[in-house]
Design a protein around this ligand. Sequence first.
Ligand code: FES
Length: 106
Amino acid sequence: MPKPKKHVFVCVQNRPPGHPRGSCMQSGSAAVLEAFSKQFQARNLFEQFALSNTGCLGPCSGPHVLVYPEGVMYGQVKAEDVESIVEEHLLNDQPVERLMLPPEIW
Ligand code: FES
């Protein structure tokens, strides 16, 4: 596999209901991961970009998505935001500012 241009990590960490930190899975990250997967398939992106699910990334105000090599972290991502991340960030190198975590968190 050639080195990807960008690597998208979607947090799918789960914790029990009522856990003080919550979790991205409880916030709906499964739908976000599915939306990325559909976008990657529909646009045939797997040859240029990588998509991985991952455990906790730290902030836990998810769903969180982390994109490297820029190290941009998105928070409270919804399935309907995924097309913007793919279109603007992956394909046009313009991170989606409205979804980025503030610098004091990441
Ligand atoms: S549970 Fe997703 S960042 Fe912690």
